[in-house]
Write a protein that binds this ligand. Structure first.
Ligand code: ADP
Ligand code: MG
Length: 684
């Protein structure tokens, strides 16, 4: 069985199994799904006289002399021997591999694989992989290199995968029905897995990868569409259609809505009027004016006799919404009971708010995660709004809507997603896009500097501080480790505090700070006590300090463009001209092209399309949301064509067979339930 414990696999045992478990590999299935991150091509034998310094080569050699072992120091031995083919000689050096002595016979041929170094007029391979010709397992093949190994060697993982394939290959069943496989030219699941680990050539590798990506995407997309379907069909929603209060608000605010805002309001109105629950994503760049659209929708719900709620991922953001709503209602002379609830609301107030929510006295509740706690009950909630949804999972959204009788739902996000991908990433939602900015905005001016020009940027920031403004400095992104990223932010903070910014107050913000410390720092920045905030990417969302006018990003080339765009969205929020300074630490043409895109446009959708072209679709799949690992997202799902094909296919399948109850879908269904085990995917 594929779900049997890894420790019973040939060559593993309980001790090694513990190490595998650290990698998240508990079963044979897990192991087979632990894919290589790259490969080593050992297909062609090189001649010694054709070797190029600093490249990896496979040689077929005989030994020229008897190997000598020397003890260099305690615990360190060295074996040196010369190898030859018919074109020349090469020195082989092995550290601490005494066991080789008895294998290195003069009459045998060997394959050696390793990196060539040229020094003192000689070519040398240090610690090459060596195997006797005839007993070779790796020469002539493309060998997998696995990412993290946690105390296991790459060889040990490779061997385990090989043994697992030997023993279980025939037990790997297909998940995708055969007609679909044929139509899209996918290979069997067992072959896809086999050749993704051990590709024999580029063609079979591409086929294997395509088949695996197709399968993962299909499972994900069918799951999302099933959720959407269930929300739409199995439940009776509310009919909500009185927009007179919303219109009253629009008539009193000091600006005119953009056409894009009006278009989205229309889409929302039409959707709310229907008796099925609305599940709508409102996508719009930072500053495009999503809030007023959401408030309009809340007013429709309230005027139709329901309550409404708005949830934001941080207390600061939630408070801002609360103030905004109260402010608008005051201007428009709208008398409604608006309340605020967060983790820091004191017990007495909280009790009062919970009571009033339950008996219907509160019309609108604004707050944080606190809104989804069990003790929060509504009298009749009609609309649930969630802001900056990528900080919340599908499940958290669902929890809020479960507090009513299928209320309508709006999710707002400022993360632009290329149109081609939106459907698959947000497959469970309908989408409205605010693709136009209110008129008269100062565009943020973007500069691109190189490493040597950092000082100029610091002087520029100092000048801005002198004239009363504030700024951000974002530390380089370290994808592999949050800890390293924090280290680098701390280092920059210390360095700048002692040099350029020794006279003004700096603050430090990162993800591992206690949340009360984080809030305190942000508050002090907001109150202008901190002039420059040195931060990791945690400030991406929800910090709104209109007086901050400079966003400087160090090693900007490491960030996705969409991410840089989000960071840039932290400035340009007030009446002052704002600036974004990107320090490009790379000299490559590709980096400077990417930085120039940032310089030339402030349109998040254009930027997202560029990211898609450059970095592939993986960037746009929130790993948290869909149960895919970061690795899978970056290395397997990186072909837009496949994403689009799966999207169309999934729709067709769900239209024809909404509950996937045909015999041929039985395995697919099982996998979908596994992937969405927390989201209650139900097929009935
Ligand atoms: P976001 O989409 O980022 O949530 P907000 O809703 O916070 O944007 O709006 C940003 C700012 O723009 C707010 O101060 C809001 O009052 C203002 N605003 C919204 N719509 C318009 C408009 N049509 N014309 C002018 N200003 C607008
Ligand atoms: Mg907003």
């Amino acid at each position: 069985m594929l779900n049997s414990d890894i420790q019973y696999l040939k060559g593993v045992g309980p001790k090694k199994a513990k190490k595998f478990k650290k990698l998240g590999i508990f079963t044979i299935e897990n192991l087979l799904n632990y894919y290589p991150i790259k490969y080593e091509d050992r297909r062609t034998v090189s001649k010694i006289n054709e070797m190029v310094d600093n490249t990896k080569v496979l040689l077929k050699i005989k030994l020229f002399n008897t190997p000598e072992k020397k003890v260099i120091k305690k615990n360190m031995t060295i074996i040196k021997v010369a190898g030859r083919d018919d074109t020349g000689f090469v020195t082989l050096t092995f550290f601490n591999q005494d066991y080789l002595l008895q294998k290195l016979n003069l009459e045998d041929w060997f394959y050696v694989f390793g990196k060539v170094k040229y020094a003192y007029g000689k070519y040398e391979l240090t610690n090459p992989d060596i195997e006797k010709v005839g007993k070779d397992k790796k020469a002539g093949r493309i060998m997998p290199i696995y990412g993290l190994t946690y105390g296991l060697s790459n060889n040990e993982i490779t061997k385990a995968v090989k043994n697992a394939l030997d023993e279980y290959y025939s037990k790997i069943e297909d998940i995708i029905p055969i007609e679909i496989k044929n139509k899209y030219q996918l290979i069997s699941r067992r072959d896809a897995i086999k050749y993704f680990h051990f590709p024999e050539n580029n063609k079979i590798y591409s086929l294997a990868k395509k088949s695996i990506a197709f399968e993962k995407l299909l499972i994900m997309q069918l799951g999302l569409l099933t959720i959407k379907n269930r929300l739409r069909t199995s439940s009776q929603g509310l009919k909500i259609n009185d927009s007179s209060l919303g219109d009253k608000l629009i008539a009193s605010i000091p600006y005119k809505l953009t056409n894009a805002q009006l278009k989205v309001i229309k889409e929302i109105k039409e959707d709310m009027r229907l008796s099925k629950p609305m599940n709508r994503l409102v996508q719009g760049d930072v500053g495009s004016g999503k809030t007023i659209v959401a408030i309009y929708a809340m007013l429709i719900a309230i005027k139709s006799g329901y309550q409404a709620s708005m949830m934001a991922p941080t207390e600061i953001l939630a408070l801002q919404h609360y103030d905004t709503i109260k402010g608008y209602f005051k201007i428009a002379n709208i008398n409604l009971n608006v309340a605020f609830l967060s983790g820091s609301t004191n017990a007495k107030n909280k009790r009062k708010i919970l009571d009033e929510l339950k008996n219907g006295q509160i019309d609108i509740i604004v707050g944080t995660h606190a809104l989804i706690e069990n003790n929060v009950e509504f009298s009749n909630i009609g609309l649930v709004v969630t802001d900056e949804q990528h900080r919340f999972g599908v499940r958290q959204r669902a929890m809020l809507s479960n507090k009513g009788n299928n209320p309508d739902m709006i999710v707002m996000t400022a993360t632009p997603i290329p149109r081609t991908l939106a459907l698959i990433v947000y497959g469970d939602l309908d989408i409205s896009v605010i693709d136009e900015m209110p008129p008269g905005r100062h565009e943020v001016i973007t500069y691109v500097l190189n490493e040597n020009q950092k000082n100029e940027a610091y002087s520029f920031i100092k000048k801005q501080i002198k004239s009363g403004r504030q700024g951000y400095i974002v530390a380089p992104l370290v994808e592999e480790s949050e800890n390293l990223e924090i280290d680098s932010a701390e280092k920059i903070f210390n360095e700048l505090s002692n040099t350029y910014f020794s006279e003004c107050k700096l603050g430090l913000l990162h993800g591992k700070m206690k949340s009360s410390d984080k809030e305190e720092t942000i508050n002090r920045f907001y109150n202008d006590e901190i002039k420059v905030l040195v931060s990791t990417t945690v400030i991406e969302v929800g910090v709104n300090v209109p007086n901050a006018v400079v966003m400087m990003v160090l090693s900007a080339e490491r960030f996705g463009l969409a991410q840089l765009h989000q960071l840039r969205g932290r400035v340009g929020r007030g009446k002052y001209q704002s600036y974004c300074i990107l320090v490009n630490g790379s000299k490559s043409k590709k980096s400077s092209d990417r930085m120039n895109i940032m310089k030339n446009t402030n349109n998040g959708f254009i930027i997202a399309e560029e990211d898609l072209k450059n970095r592939g679709p993986g960037e746009f799949f929130g790993t948290k949301q869909h149960g895919l690992s970061k690795y899978e997202v970056q290395n397997i799902i990186n072909d837009v064509n496949i994403v689009q094909k799966v999207q169309l296919l999934s729709k067709k399948i769900i239209n024809e067979n909404p509950f996937l109850d045909k015999e041929e879908y039985i395995n697919l269904k099982e996998e979908i339930i596994k992937l969405f085990k927390n989201e209650d995917v139900v097929f009935n």
